[in-house]
Structures are given as C-alpha cells and as structure tokens.
Design a protein around this ligand. Structure first.
Ligand code: FAD
Length: 311
C-alpha cells in the first residue's frame, strides 16, 4: 500500500531547511495537524508543504528521495488519528491539486486533492452515474483511492480506470491501470509514492435519478451518524460476517468516555471528540474497544482509521 511514514532515519529541522531552501511552494514549519483532521487532534508536523502543481510534487519527491526524508501525504484528514507528538519530517498537503475535467463521454480526469463529494457532484452535473455514494465521504480523491473508500456494495475501485502516481523511487510520474487485484475492502496495494490524479469511468444516466440516489445516501448518513461532532468515520473495519458497530453496541460500550473522547451514542463504530480530546484519549478508547470485543466475543477488530505520528 501507499507509504505513510516512509523511513525511520532521524532528521533535523536544520537538515530539512537546508534541503528545502530552493523549494518555492508554500511551506509551513512546525504546523499543528489537529485543524487538518476531522477528529481535530494531532501535534505538529516538522514541516508541511503545499505544492501547487503536479510538477512541484515531482520535484519535491526528488528532494525527499535524495535525502531519504520521512514523508506523509495528507488528504482531507478524514481517516486519520494523528498522535499528540505530531509527525516527523514532511507532510505534503495536496489541497491545491483540484482540477477536474470531462475527458470524453464516460471519463472524468481529476486531481488527487479535489474533495470526493465535489467529484460526485461534478459527475452528477455531467449526467454520469457511479459516484453517488461518494457525496457523503468527506475525503479527497487521493484519500478515497488509497482507502478504496465506499459503502456496502459500492467502492471507489469499481469506477477507477487509471491512477497517476509520483513514484517514490524515481520522483517521476507513472500512470497505472487500476486493476482489481490492487484493491480490497478499504485497502489498496499501490506502488509507493504520491497519487496525483486519476481517471474515473462512469455510465450515462439521468441527472434527476443520480441526484435522488445521492440525497437518499446523504439522508441515511444524517439519520445514523454523529455528524455534529468531530469524528473520523468508522473506526474499525467490519470483521467478516459482523458489523463492528453492532458488536460494540451489544457489548454495552456506546457512550463510554475516556478524557474528551467518547464512543458515539448514535453509532457504535464512531468515536467523537466530545470535549477537547487529545489523541491519547482516542488511542486509549480504541484500545479499550478492541480489548472489550476480543475478550467478550473473541473477535479481533482491525482499525480502519489510520493511526500515525510520534508519541
Ligand atoms: C463523517 C465521516 C464519514 C465517513 N464515511 C465514510 C464512508 O462511508 N466510507 C468510507 O470508505 N470512508 C468514510 N469515511 C472515512 C474517510 O472519509 C475516507 O477513508 C476517505 O477516503 C479518506 O480520505 P482523506 O482524503 O481524508 O484521506 P486522509 O485521511 O487524509 O488519509 C488517509 C490515507 O490516505 C493517504 N493519502 C491521502 N491522499 C493521498 C495521496 N494523494 N497519495 C498517497 N496517499 C494519500 C494518507 O497518507 C493516509 O494513509 C468517513 C469519514 C468521516 C469523518
């Protein structure tokens, strides 16, 4: 799968500053990550870089590879639990890579930093069906590809034709076909690097019916998810033949709170930032949920949320 924290070599701020002295894009030193995540926790990244073009991502990757710096690609932070110690090395935020265009009758080209719901709406406006499920997934296109984001019966990989990646090994762009074997449930096995764009293949349909389906999905979320609190979507993947939320609910864990982090009363597989929680609060709560389900039901829960950063 796409790399998260690439290398473990110790680096210093001075070595980063020296290597990045000719980098012309936006640079934010010691940038606190909490505001960039939907859970609203996470300490500072040594440096956050916001490239404005694919070419800039490529030159950045060449610097990273040359110096073997650890790096992390940030999408919309909607599937992340970043620890209180923050992130060592470089965080690359792709929010300026947000172009989207119609390629032909059935294909849309989109850059990785575009919010996934915006892509869903764009497809709807073109009268193309397939991405209605994405309207309520608050990530970016890049994050959705890496996570193979979806809902029961619909997932990102099903509509993806190709992916363009800046390869970690070369710093060069490579476009690969989005073959089925590269993706599984909330998982991808892509070459190491930074996804910069993708081409989605969709089917023609009526705008009205696409819009109606989208609204139905959005309504279901509003009815079942604790959307008025900061959260990270599903904390755990559903174990085979089980629903993580139902397991947590039947273990009587809903409402359990550690520090400012709480298991949602609304949905057992959501944790919410109830009251100025720290990442440590969430980590303790998640550990408690795992142990309780394993001890009472013998089922190991696997995190869907990605836990990253230093303690
Ligand atoms: C309210 C709520 C509802 C949600 N509902 C759903 C749902 O229905 N279905 C679902 O699947 N998920 C859901 N999620 C989880 C989340 O939105 C998805 O996993 C989403 O795809 C994450 O995208 P992101 O851009 O936020 O990625 P991030 O959380 O920023 O990152 C996730 C991973 O992707 C990597 N990454 C991101 N962009 C790139 C890139 N360009 N190149 C390489 N690596 C990259 C990151 O390094 C990290 O490893 C929900 C979350 C919330 C808060």
């Amino acid at each position: 799968m796409i790399v998260e924290e690439m290398k473990t070599e110790k680096i210093t701020i001075a070595s980063l500053q020296s290597a990045l002295k000719n980098y012309s894009g936006q640079t934010r030193w010691n940038e606190v990550m909490a505001p960039y995540t939907s859970l609203k926790v996470g300490g500072p990244a040594d440096v956050m870089l916001l490239p404005k073009s694919i070419e800039e991502v490529s030159s950045l990757m060449q610097i990273i590879s040359k110096h073997q710096f650890p790096y992390f690609v940030l999408g919309n932070g909607s599937n992340l639990l970043i620890k209180d110690g923050g992130i060592e090395g470089i965080v690359i935020h792709l929010k300026y890579l947000h172009q989207v265009r119609f390629v032909d009758q059935n294909h849309i080209y989109v850059e990785a930093g575009l919010p996934y719901p915006k892509l869903a709406i764009y497809a709807m406006e073109q009268g193309l069906t397939g991405l209605e499920f994405a309207a309520g997934i608050p990530g970016t296109v890049g994050g959705a590809i890496v996570m193979n984001a979806g809902i029961p019966d619909f997932e990102t990989a099903a509509h993806l034709e190709s992916i363009t990646i800046i390869r970690e090994s070369s710093g060069q762009q490579e476009t690969i076909p989005a073959k089925e074997h590269l993706f599984s449930y909330r998982r991808s096995e892509l070459p190491k690097g930074i996804i910069v764009s993708g081409i989605f293949s969709l089917m023609a349909s009526s705008k009205k019916s696409i819009e109606l389906t989208m609204k139905t999905y959005l309504k279901k979320r509003q009815d079942t998810q604790p959307l008025s609190f900061s959260n990270c979507g599903s904390v755990f993947k559903n174990p085979e033949n089980h629903h993580a939320g139902a397991l947590i609910e039947s273990a009587g864990l809903k409402g359990l709170q550690i520090g400012g982090a709480q298991i949602s009363e609304r949905h057992g597989n959501f944790v919410i930032n109830r009251d100025a929680a720290s990442a440590a609060d969430f980590l303790a709560l998640i550990q408690k949920m795992k142990s309780a389900i394993f001890d009472s039901k013998g089922i190991p829960l696997e995190c869907e949320v990605k836990i990253i950063g230093r303690d």
